[in-house]
Design a protein around this ligand. Structure first.
Ligand SMILES: O=c1ccn([C@@H]2O[C@H](COP(=O)(O)OP(=O)(O)O[C@H]3O[C@H](CO)[C@@H](O)[C@H](O)[C@H]3O)[C@@H](O)[C@H]2O)c(=O)[nH]1
Ligand SMILES: [Mn+2]
Length: 514
């Protein structure tokens, strides 16, 4: 998504300078806006790498060797950490989807890493193994029978999960269990993928490095058991929703020309297939030793994503404060430079809409993406950037909170209806609401000012910024004042946000002293 672009800075420079000279306007707001736009421009340049040489590739899995023995083995790594936040049924569905890949079964080995070292997950894996025989082996089984068995399996997992939250430990010896079935015939064993449960050793005194640490252990364990040349890494909330995805990926790996470009990691084995690549999603990013400049730029664009917080806050606060004090930051509507500003804004929005529609999504998706970008910039990126700084200066160690994957019926219904769920921590919601209230207030007070002082020519751009923010984020206003359901923004968070917004309104003008 393009937020702003290069020429904006040029005309900004020019304009801020003339303004400052003619009207003795404080320089700090100009400087902050200028820095914001430089940062936007920097990220914009990085993002152009995605657009520079777009390539569309088609795969022909039917051209892969018919002889199954010629297909390379694949190890599938799945990570889970806590059955109370990552319910067993979801995790086991991921395991089952990997076991049911349309690939020679004896060439697939599935490894489940359980970072919680929980008996709930171990038992669930055993249940999944039992069920997988119906799912994987007896594909011919009547649908009714499979459904019945799946319901039994689901029930077994639910009963097994009763004590999920107490089952997780940070202090345990390793457990490795290769799922096995003593009654199985040898021929059946051939036809089933290997399924291995792995809980690495964890001690409070040793850093465990989260998912990365878990993957390192799986690399070592799988090297002894199956040692496949290709690894597919899945989170426990991912699925192999297309059974042919492994075959599709092999089309790339069996084409030496692409293999060079698609290599991911240098590890004791050949390569690691990322799930984004295997599903061939547009915009997937592949990391490797031989990264070209464009690939480096794509990687940098991802890494720098959280610094959006700086220019976002810049544009969400400074033009508004200047508007309240009648200080114009942008060209007059009658100024020829105004056309440049308007053009860049409209063009970047249209480009975003065009990209969204090109990938087959509706025009509304571009609005939703804009909202998510704004909410992320206001909240997640703020904490991510703060956390990174605190960690860098040794003030607080960066930590990782597992995302809650528990979805109850109510939540699911809301999700399906497209209703925003604001049940998160007030720390995450308050910054979004505060900015919203501040912008809405700035717009109305600013408009009153424009009407009274007849400064529409000078201040219109600045009044448009908070208006645009308020319209795009109408769902925030709705969640604060219209909605009454459980997932609305609670009155206490709204009140807190009113207080924060008032504070910014009163003390924001401090930036005008310099
Ligand atoms: O100590 C830990 C913590 C997490 N996980 C697993 O790591 C995965 C990702 O965790 P999640 O809480 O789902 O984080 P997300 O933010 O949803 O994950 C995104 O961000 C992660 C990096 O921050 C990437 O690794 C993921 O692939 C990406 O989907 C899950 O399977 C977890 O079970 C572990 O194995 N051990
Ligand atoms: Mn996740």
């Amino acid at each position: 998504m393009e937020k702003t672009s290069l020429p904006l800075n040029d005309c900004h420079n020019h304009h801020s300078f003339t303004n400052y000279q003619n009207q003795e306007i404080p320089i700090l707001p100009f400087l902050l806006i200028f820095i914001s736009e430089l940062l936007f421009t920097f990220i914009w340049i990085l993002h152009q790498a995605y657009r520079w040489k777009p390539v569309t590739r088609t795969v022909y899995p039917e051209r892969l060797p018919q002889d199954h023995e010629k297909l390379p083995p694949v190890d599938v790594f799945i990570c889970t950490a806590d059955p109370s936040k990552e319910p067993s049924l979801g995790v086991m569905n991921t395991v089952l989807s990997a076991m049911a890949l349309d690939y020679p079964p004896h060439k697939i080995a599935v490894y489940l890493s359980d970072d919680g070292g929980s008996f709930v997950t171990l038992n669930a894996t055993r249940e999944a193994w039992k069920f997988s025989k119906w799912w994987v082996l007896f594909v011919e089984t009547e649908k009714k029978e499979i459904k019945k068995r799946y319901n039994e399996f689901k029930e077994a997992l639910e009963n097994n999960s009763v004590n999920a939250s107490g089952s997780v430990s940070r202090d345990h010896a390793p457990t490795i269990e290769v799922m096995n079935d003593s009654d199985a015939k040898d021929s059946d064993k051939e036809e089933m993928p290997v399924l291995v449960y792995v809980a690495r050793e964890k001690r409070p005194s040793h850093p465990h490095h989260f998912k990365a640490g878990a993957l390192n252990v799986l690399i070592r364990v799988s090297a002894v058991i199956s040692n496949a040349p290709y690894i597919l890494v899945l989170d426990c909330d991912h699925y192999c929703n297309d059974p042919t995805s492994a075959r599709q990926a092999m089309c790339f790996f069996s084409t030496p020309k692409y293999l060079q470009n698609w290599l991911l990691f240098s590890s004791p084995r050949n390569s690691i297939i990322s799930v984004s690549m295997i599903s061939m999603m547009p915009g997937s990013i592949i990391i490797g030793l031989k990264m070209s400049t464009l690939q480096c730029m794509c990687y940098a664009a991802l890494s720098f994503d959280p610094i959006y917080v700086v220019p976002f806050y810049g544009l969400a606060i400074i033009p508004q404060i200047c508007l309240l004090h009648g200080i114009p930051l942008y060209p007059k509507v009658s100024d020829p430079f105004f056309v440049v500003f308007a053009f860049i804004f409209i063009a970047s929005q249209l480009k975003h809409v065009q990209e969204v529609m090109f990938y087959g999504d509706s025009i509304w998706t571009s609005l939703y993406e804009l909202r998510v970008w704004m909410m992320k910039s206001a909240s997640c990126n703020l904490y991510a950037t703060l956390g990174a700084f605190l960690d860098k200066f040794g003030l607080q160690e960066a930590h990782f909170n597992l995302t809650d994957k528990v979805v109850d019926d109510e939540r699911e219904t809301r999700f399906k209806k497209g209703i925003y769920d604001f049940q998160g921590s007030p720390m995450l919601i308050a910054p979004i609401c505060s900015l919203y209230i501040f912008n809405l207030a700035s717009f109305f007070i600013g408009m009153a000012r424009i009407v009274n002082t007849h400064k529409a020519n000078e201040l219109l751009v600045q009044a448009f910024i908070p208006l645009f923010g308020a319209i795009v984020n109408y769902h925030v206003l709705e969640a604060m004042v219209v909605r009454t359901d459980k997932a609305r923004i609670s009155p206490s968070v709204s009140l807190l946000s009113v207080a924060i917004a008032t504070f910014i309104l009163c003390f924001g003008s401090l930036i005008l002293i310099f």
